[in-house]
Design a binder for this molecule. Structure first.
Ligand SMILES: *[C@@H]1O[C@H](CO)[C@@H](O)[C@H](O)[C@H]1NC(C)=O
Ligand SMILES: *[C@@H]1O[C@H](CO)[C@@H](O)[C@H](O)[C@H]1NC(C)=O
Ligand SMILES: *[C@@H]1O[C@H](CO)[C@@H](O)[C@H](O)[C@H]1NC(C)=O
Length: 499
């Protein structure tokens, strides 16, 4: 190497080392910096292996604000719930959610975002997935749920009643996914929804590694094949042949078309919203049913409430009689079930909230501390560890208490404290601020409908009454509702046969 080339090489090397962050040092006023031992990658392997455990370790070492290196990014974690307010109030010019989401959506769904995505989705959601608009969706969902729950096995019609034994996770996920899918994307064929669920589960397994970009090549081929399967299955061409596709889907389609988006991209978007709308409700239903069975006093309380709501609305379950008509109004009369839902999500929903830092900012903490955060970094929060299982906010945080979110007078409890101060964000299963899950009303409704109908139509119990709570699959932290590492055998008994 000549002297000149040598200098060019060294300059390039230094430039590269600089880019991968080797020379970064903590500046005065910045949070503690922990780069890990591996250049560029930093802590990403330990982070991926078990996000919760890793963040707890970092918090013990550095306190409730720290910056870590993760796969080329410097991410500052804010773990003090009393300071979340300032984080959410920062303007979009400073902390941006979409840039990060765009990148993810391209990688996992093959969809290229456009500027108006958010506006179109918001309009469709406001019209169909919340408030009075939810009435129509609730009816569609209810019809599909009852159809799948009560008329699955035609052979057993002859029998008076039958016990069935099933894996609870697969049973719940299957029914809730398919009913939601049929309610949103239209009714045609039950076998088709079964096949779709089967493929969805495969994609579901690949999803965490796909999102982090660490899927091995062979599995990347599988993921691509699955994506293509969904783009095709949910294509506009297919939807046009179906009955009763929801207004939500058509409004989104129209909005995108008006923005000049190609049909191919709209098809890809249909997959994005299938995942967003159906990926978490099934697993959440599993956990809720499981906890109810595991804690008989919780099940008794929910059963009591279901009976009361039915009676007060002049309905009952009769052999050979009409199906119950579970309306949206009835679903607003269930404070006990609401609390059990909230408690289930507290224990099992674990989103990671991430923002891109677009300008240097000063993070102001509730206790007066201030930290400088650099432009180009990221900021993140993981409410599961900083809020959901904080024993100060939720005493005995690992136990399921169905009435944790109820006041003694039976109303919804919303006052929780940390260090004597009221905590505004006492659970965050849906994220918060601008990235708060826009489908949360619909999703909660789906979950409550399924549980309500199960309690109304079935008796169910764990095959093993002393069943331990299954472990959470540690590789899925940060992706919404956690999955169990194993299924749980359950016995179900339909109380009174219909038709
Ligand atoms: C429907 O019935 C089949 C066969 O009886 C069973 O394998 C499957 O799990 C059932 N599906 C649901 C959603 O109950
Ligand atoms: C945990 O989740 C990962 C990613 O979805 C999956 O590949 C793995 O099989 C799961 N492990 C268990 C024990 O279910
Ligand atoms: C259920 O009740 C709602 C509201 O009263 C009504 O609009 C709807 O038609 C009913 N559905 C069925 C299937 O009876």
């Amino acid at each position: 190497m000549t002297g000149k080339n040598m200098w060019i090489f060294l300059a390039a090397l230094i430039g590269w080392l600089y880019l991968i962050g080797v020379f970064r040092v903590r500046r005065p006023g910045e949070p503690p910096l922990d780069k890990g031992f591996i250049p560029w990658l930093g802590h990403v392997l330990e982070f991926r292996r078990n996000t919760l455990q890793f963040l707890e370790r970092m918090r013990k070492k550095h306190g409730d604000v720290f910056t870590i290196q993760l796969g080329g990014f410097y991410v500052t974690f804010l773990q003090d719930p009393l300071s979340f307010g300032t984080f959410f109030k920062e303007s979009r010019e400073k902390l941006d959610f979409r840039k990060f989401a765009q990148h993810l959506v391209r990688r996992v769904f093959g969809y290229e975002t456009i500027e108006d995505d958010h506006r179109i989705l918001q309009m469709a959601n406001n019209k169909h997935l919340m408030g009075d608009g939810l009435e129509v969706m609730t009816q569609a969902m209810m019809a599909n749920l009852q159809n799948l729950m009560l008329h699955n096995n035609t052979d057993s019609c002859a029998k008076e009643s039958a016990w069935t034994e099933d894996g609870l996770f697969m049973y719940s996920y299957n029914i809730v996914f398919r009913a939601g899918y049929l309610a949103l994307y239209g009714n045609k064929d039950r076998d088709e929804s079964e096949a779709l669920f089967y493929e969805f589960r495969k994609y579901d397994q690949l999803f965490p590694d796909l999102a982090y970009g660490v899927l091995p090549p062979k599995k990347r081929v599988d993921a691509r094949r699955l994506m293509e399967f969904f783009w095709e299955s949910l294509s506009l061409q297919k939807l046009r042949t179906k009955d009763s596709v929801s207004g939500w889907i058509w409004d989104i389609q129209r909005g995108k078309e008006e923005m000049g988006l190609s049909e191919e991209m709209i098809n890809r978007y249909m997959f994005t919203i299938l995942w967003a709308s159906q990926g978490n409700t099934g697993p959440s239903s599993f956990w809720l049913l499981f906890y109810l069975m595991r804690y008989p006093e919780a099940l008794a309380a929910v059963k009591g409430e279901v009976d009361t709501v039915l009676r007060e609305n002049g309905q009952k379950i009769q052999r050979g009689g009409p199906l119950i008509n579970l309306t949206r109004t009835m679903l607003t009369q269930t404070p006990v079930l609401d609390s059990a839902v909230e408690e289930t999500l507290r224990l099992t929903a674990a989103p990671l909230l991430t923002r891109a830092v677009l300008q240097d900012i000063t993070l102001k903490m509730a206790d007066g501390r201030e930290y400088l955060i650099r432009k180009g970094d990221r900021m993140a929060m993981f409410p599961y560890s900083s809020v959901h299982i904080d024993p100060d906010i939720h005493p005995e945080p690992r136990s399921f208490k169905y009435d944790r979110f109820l006041n003694p007078d039976g109303s919804k409890k919303t006052t929780f404290y940390k260090a004597g101060k009221k905590v505004k964000y006492y659970t965050m299963p849906w994220g918060s601020g601008v990235s708060k899950c826009p489908g949360r009303f619909f999703a909660t409704n789906e979950l409550k409908q399924f549980i309500f109908l199960m309690v109304a139509y079935y008796d169910f119990e764990l095959l093993n009454p002393n069943e331990e709570v299954p472990e959470l699959n540690q590789t899925r932290w940060g992706f919404g509702t956690m999955h169990p590492t194993r299924d749980v055998r359950t016995i179900m008994f339909q109380k009174k046969k219909h038709k």
